[in-house]
Design a protein around this ligand. Structure first.
Ligand SMILES: [Fe+2]
Length: 306
């Protein structure tokens, strides 16, 4: 195979990486090149790969521990907890619960106390047209605010609420209620410092309900402004999927959206892994950890206080 090569595909973010076969063990030299490209471009597209759930897990483990999706067990691959299915295929006669996932601007798992550091999605089946994914650079979103607004946001914390996931209730009451039970509202800083780059990125998206210390009425227009500001076209890379694309992105400095503009009769089937990020958030309800949190999360949160 040719030497690894990185070509930018967007100015705000996005690069195409060729000359590496991700189904085989990746050499330390190539891994170092991929890490550097990821830090520089935030979204990496590896076209023409031939992956399955096992090889996806194998490759993405190079970047750290993978989430086991205990926060949404109904969306997992039946045999591999680390693999999440993004699919509109039918399951028990109904569309799979993720058939409408990701259709508002968000960063993965920000409604949990340990949001995903990165996400990797591999395209196995796609509609003939539509179903793109858009990414917006949240470093730029922060940098392009006025210094006064930056200072205001630097001191704020935001409440992320899984109830604001677009289309959650359309997945049926059983799934929606269980989703909410497993994912009570959490608090994150409005601006976060990326642990690798040391740069500040805006950490606000359409799943933010309110800011701590501000009323919902006060918060709403600010959230709306920040979301619109963040996703203006000059901050965005739009990915047109091809079969065999593996796309990985950094959730700590991007938001993204799955465009739901395709024929629902056509199949869109992707497999996904998420890298565990830092513990960045806390539950809004301080009682949550002791009383209502699923055991797996209780354990995780308890380890924070060791
Ligand atoms: Fe997502």
């Amino acid at each position: 195979m040719a030497e690894i090569s990185v070509q930018p595909v967007g100015h705000a973010c996005g690069a195409r990486v060729t000359g590496v076969d991700l189904a085989r063990p990746v050499s330390p030299t190539d891994l170092a090149a991929i890490r550097k490209a990821w830090a520089d471009h935030l979204v990496l597209v590896f076209p023409g790969q031939r992956l399955d759930p096992k090889s996806l897990v194998m490759f993405t483990r190079n970047f750290g521990e993978l989430d086991d999706y205990a926060t949404q067990p109904f969306n997992r691959h039946p045999e591999m907890n680390e693999v999440f299915l993004l699919s509109n295929k039918k399951k028990d006669g109904k569309p799979f619960p993720t058939y409408n996932s990701g259709q508002n601007w968000h960063t993965d798992l920000s409604y949990t106390v340990r949001p995903a550091k990165g996400t990797a999605v591999y395209c196995m089946e796609k509609p003939s047209v539509g179903g793109d994914t858009m990414f917006a650079n949240m470093y730029l979103a922060y940098e392009r605010l006025s210094p006064k607004m930056q200072a205001f946001l630097d001191g704020l914390e935001a409440v992320h609420d899984a109830s604001l996931i677009e289309g959650l209730d359309k997945r049926g009451p059983e799934i929606a209620n269980e989703f909410r039970r497993l994912n009570p509202p959490v608090v994150h800083p409005a601006v976060r410092v990326h642990p690798d780059s040391g740069k500040k990125a805006l950490y606000i998206n359409e799943r933010v309900r309110t800011f701590l210390g501000l009323s919902e009425a006060e918060s709403k227009p600010i959230v709306k402004f920040l979301c619109e500001h963040s996703v203006q076209p000059r901050h965005v890379y739009r990915h047109y999927w091809n079969l065999g694309d593996l796309v990985m992105w950094d959730n700590r400095c991007l938001v993204h959206l799955a465009v739901g503009d395709y024929d629902p009769a056509e199949i869109r089937h992707m497999i996904r892994t998420s890298g565990m990020g830092d513990y960045y958030g806390r539950y809004l309800d301080p009682e949550q950890t002791e009383s209502k949190t699923p055991k797996v999360l209780q354990k995780a949160v308890a380890s924070l206080h060791d």
